[in-house]
Write a protein that binds this ligand. Structure first.
Ligand code: IPE
Ligand code: IPE
Ligand code: MG
Length: 265
């Protein structure tokens, strides 16, 4: 049975439990590659290599389920602290994966965007990112965001700097800065905030991912190491999400009252 066929079957098996409550935006910290490799007495980089298959499965399954935006954390602004050899393998793997997978993404109708500070990447990698974004920019089935050299605090700082420049040149008054003005300067300005956050690998932290945008996101932590992450574990997260009540500060009673009012109109 082909991979996409089995993904289709597992989707229909859970679709009843999902009751149409599919998150518009799913954001994932793909963690556990190093430990996956260590368990097999392999170098850490073998874990990163194996993680690419899980990326492909996750992208295709999310697109099939009707997720609109999928954000994957590939390299944090703190990951430069790793051994130089590991960093260089990660950069090469990123470039190679873009080269190999962009056409496939395009054929699946997926738009690719990369967020993060690109200045530290090699000119070759920057060119490759530009080409992949250009090739896929009109696709509408799903948006795939790769967060690379991304840090949530970096994002807020660069947004603050842009606002400060507007104030300096008299375009904006300091008092006019509010949540929506600041959010408009973030890397995700034109996208909905994540509805569902998934972190694999068993760690219970945010690690400087989308610190602003996760304010009201539903959190799901999985013990599965990223290279082993598959449709079954993703479905577990989706089903858990569908069961949650998102109150955004309201009470349960208010939400029930409101949904009764909507269904009677
Ligand atoms: C996540 O896996 C991949 C990146 C951070 C690039 P790790 O490499 O952090 O794997 P563990 O956490 O050491 O197992
Ligand atoms: C977070 O994982 C970054 C990515 C998955 C890209 P880390 O493995 O770097 O996180 P910490 O350092 O354990 O918090
Ligand atoms: Mg890790």
């Amino acid at each position: 049975m082909s991979q996409s066929r089995s993904a289709e079957d597992s989707t229909s098996a859970v679709s009843e439990e999902l009751q149409g409550r599919i998150p518009r935006h799913v954001a994932v910290i793909m963690d556990g590659n190093g430990r996956w490799a260590k368990q097999r007495h392999l170098p850490r980089t073998a874990g990163h290599q194996a993680g690419v298959t899980a990326v492909r499965k996750t992208v295709e399954h999310c697109a099939q389920c009707g997720v609109e935006v999928l954000t994957l954390f590939a390299f944090s602004s703190e990951n430069w602290r790793r051994p130089a050899e590991e960093v260089s393998v990660l950069m090469r793997l990123f470039q190679l994966t873009l080269e190999r997978e962009s056409r496939r993404l395009h054929e699946h109708g997926i738009r690719l965007r990369v967020i993060g500070d690109r200045a530290a990447f090699s000119p070759d990698l920057r060119r490759r990112i530009d080409e992949s974004e250009r090739l896929t920019r009109d696709n509408r089935k799903m948006t795939l965001i790769i967060a690379a050299n991304y840090g949530g605090r970096w994002d807020i700082v660069q947004a603050a700097q842009r606002l400060a420049r507007q104030v300096e040149c008299g375009e904006l008054s300091g008092d006019a800065i509010d949540e929506s003005r600041l959010a408009a300067q973030l890397s995700f300005a034109d996208l909905p905030d994540p509805d569902l956050f998934i972190r694999t690998g068993g760690e219970l932290r945010i690690s400087n991912f989308l610190v602003w945008q996760l304010a009201y996101t539903e959190l799901f932590f999985s013990d599965v190491l990223w290279p082993d992450f598959d449709e079954t574990e993703l479905n577990r997260a989706l089903v858990e999400y569908a069961r949650r009540e998102r109150r955004f500060g309201h009470t349960s009673e208010q939400l029930r009252h409101r949904s009764r009012a909507v269904s009677s109109t």
